[in-house]
Write a protein that binds this ligand. Structure first.
Ligand code: HEM
Length: 240
């Protein structure tokens, strides 16, 4: 075997190992954090009033928070717009990405193709806006730390390498799918030898390792916020 071929085999093997390590860390890390939230005692009613008085109402309030970010809307309209557009574009991209991991491809992923043209760009512009805002507004700059910039930079680089792969240096999608389905079915094959795709994929691995231990976990933590997920129960309050 020639030296370049041997080095490529070594790299592909390491990447496959790293992919499984990231997948296991992501799933176990998420479970560990979410079980931690579930086991945190909540002995006192802490609903933020005015609050719904039934469990169904509280569930609807959390669903509203997840979908529309009403508290952020009241606090800062520009930030709300940037954050909302960012999350919608991210969901469009992720649903469209299902085509690289599934066979047959779900209809919703196929349907997303028509809006995919703008989703990647909108996502990138939203990240630039959120980054700019942290630097430009003294109030935001004051409360921003390295993790805030790191998360935005990581997502921005993932978007940039994805967009460049899609519109500039095309990758063979059949090879991509053989690689991802190989990983998922535990019959791994080498990834496509495409530098931009490999950077895109490595950055996603970085995100998977970082996600459960970072502020990005608000994506799961929001469901456990006692001030939002509890109904307002007058009887319980009287007893205390
Ligand atoms: C958080 C995770 C991810 C984000 C935010 C992301 C983002 C993006 C974006 C914005 C694009 C360009 C627009 C588009 O095609 O939708 C893209 C393209 C692409 N992404 Fe990702 N990506 C992620 C994960 C992955 C993973 C895990 C793979 C592994 C297969 C992957 C493979 C690709 C490929 C192959 C393209 C080029 C598509 C084409 O040529 O049609 N992405 N990605």
């Amino acid at each position: 075997m020639s030296t370049p071929a041997a080095l490529w085999t070594l790299f592909a093997t390491l990447l496959i190992g790293l992919s499984y390590f990231a997948g296991v860390t992501f799933v176990l890390g998420l479970l560990w954090r979410l079980v931690g939230y579930l086991r945190t005692p909540m002995p006192y009613p802490a609903a933020l009033t005015p609050a719904p008085t039934t469990d169904a109402g509280a569930a609807a309030r959390v669903a509203g928070d997840v979908l529309f970010f009403p508290s952020l809307f009241k606090a800062d309209k520009a930030l709300w717009a940037g954050a909302w557009v960012f999350h919608v574009a991210l969901w469009v991209i992720l649903i469209r990405h299902l085509r690289y991991f599934t066979y047959p491809v779900p209809g919703i992923s196929v349907a997303m193709s028509s809006v995919a043209l703008w989703a990647g760009y909108v996502f990138g512009v939203a990240i630039l806006f959120l980054f700019w805002r942290r630097l430009a507004l003294p109030r935001a700059l004051y409360v921003s730390g390295v993790p805030d910039y790191f998360a935005l930079a990581l997502l921005g680089l993932i978007a940039a390498t994805g967009i460049l792969t899609k519109y500039w240096l095309h990758v063979n999608l059949v090879d991509v799918k053989a690689f991802t389905l190989g990983l998922l079915t535990l019959r791994p094959v080498a990834p496509p030898a495409h530098p931009l795709f490999l950077v895109h994929f490595l950055l996603v691995i970085g995100l998977m390792l970082y996600f459960p231990f970072s502020k990005l976990l608000h994506a799961g933590g929001i469901f456990f916020s006692p001030t939002r997920n509890q109904p307002f129960d007058v009887q319980k309050c009287k007893k205390r």
